[in-house]
Design a protein around this ligand. Structure first.
Ligand SMILES: [Zn+2]
Length: 176
């Protein structure tokens, strides 16, 4: 699941806000911005909205010209921006937020696919419901059982090199 990194000025560290709702409003004043789940579009307030139902999911930033929003220092003339991993989002004079598309790999039942999918490491064909892990970076699938721990067999994904630990840790965070 993607997330936003927001500065927690009291603690002097990043606060990670998972983008769990389909839409979130960026609400706040000149000092800080809160990420608030929202069910409605608001032209006056910058809005983050999940796009489609693809996996991995994509998020867009929607903002009126009057909202004074910048992404990586650039204004949004069209009012719309598809966010990319590590984008910095600044609302007015508030501290910038950082968008992270990084997902934490977890073991979950294989959801199935229109075409046969084979484990990258064990070459086993994945069946609906098999315990499996999807690489957070390249989206390849791995079998992950006690007898075939294909995801954690090596320290990194053989396709893209992403870390294969199942420790719930994010690999990237912006520099404070
Ligand atoms: Zn990978």
């Amino acid at each position: 699941m993607p997330q936003l990194f927001c500065v927690d000025s009291n603690a002097g560290q990043w606060r990670v806000v998972p983008l769990a709702a389909p839409a979130c409003v960026l609400a706040g004043d000149s000092g800080s911005v809160a990420v608030v789940p929202s069910s409605s579009l608001s032209p006056a307030t910058p809005l983050l909205r999940r796009v489609g139902s693809r996996d991995p999911e994509a998020w867009t930033l929607i903002a009126a010209a009057s909202a004074s929003v910048r992404v990586n220092g650039q204004t949004l003339p069209s009012g719309l921006k598809l966010l990319r991993h590590r984008d910095a989002v600044q609302v007015a004079a508030a501290q910038p937020l950082f968008y992270s598309a990084e997902r934490i790999p977890v073991v979950r039942p294989f959801p199935g696919a229109p075409e046969p999918i084979f484990c990258v490491r064990s070459k086993t064909q994945l069946q609906l419901g098999d315990p499996a892990v999807q690489c957070k970076s390249c989206s390849c699938w791995f079998v992950q059982t006690d007898s075939i721990p294909a995801f954690t067999y090596g320290p990194s994904c053989p396709i893209c090199g992403a870390r294969t630990a199942l420790d719930g840790e994010l690999e990237w965070q912006p520099v404070l």
